[in-house]
Ligand binder design. Sequence first.
Ligand code: NDP
Length: 254
Amino acid sequence: MASKLTGTTALVTGASSGIGAATARLLAEHGASVALVARRQGRLEALAAEIGKADGTALVVEADITDRIQAEAAVQQTVERFGRLDILVNNAGLMLLGPVVGADAEEWERMIAVNVQGLLYTTRAALPHLLKAAEQGPRRVADIVNISSIAGRVAWSGYGVYNLTKFGVNGFTESLRQEVTQRHVRVGVLEPGGVDTELGSHNKPEIQGAMITPFYEATEVLAPDDIADGVAYMVTRPRHAAIGELWIMPTDQA
Ligand code: NDP
């Protein structure tokens, strides 16, 4: 594979499974040194070993990004180890569905903490390093890719607070894009439709039975690699071209 990202460093949150793991693997194949951030250290170590075997470079960073101090430390550890940060993929996320009426407010808090606050903490900590990489890096451009969702474009009953977080990610992405794009930090959002990952498994069994399993049974969903391909496309554009939004759907998801 062409090494378009040689000499760069990428930090991927939520790298212990699904889209984040696939993205980290692919960015490493493109030549980036990759910081793998999530809470499940064993998963991250297995992925780091796999990347190492394929002649890539990975750093395991165990962190809960809903804790601002841990999110900041994750960025700091990455920069200390690799000397720079060129690419941030804000991928960690949680999707807990169900009606607003009678909802479990603790589920809302957990979802907002990861999808919104965690993304903000990591972004804030990374920006000074990304701005520096855009001035001094091999590519003279840096990237933030925020993994949103089709649920950041369209709202459905039962998705209320997940919709709230992902619509919020889209708005924040566009605002930050305008703020830093002329300093050559590209900020874009990637919105997947259904992907075969662990995302739905964190829901209560009755929600899985009513809202998740039927969709997955009826749809030929995407693989995590399909989304990783999209991220790689966004971050390997030439310096003058920025992808602000990329919407990737299973063909048979209407
Ligand atoms: P997974 O459940 O497989 O992955 C979620 C990742 O987020 C895990 O690596 C998990 O790691 C990490 N994570 C969760 N909480 C935290 C935390 N507090 N701190 C650090 N990491 C955390 O799901 P996906 O791969 O599907 O999800 C990735 C992103 O894609 C999410 O933002 C999701 O909303 C989005 N998305 C997914 C779609 C799908 O159909 N699968 C569709 C549209 C968007 P750990 O538990 O080890 O901390």
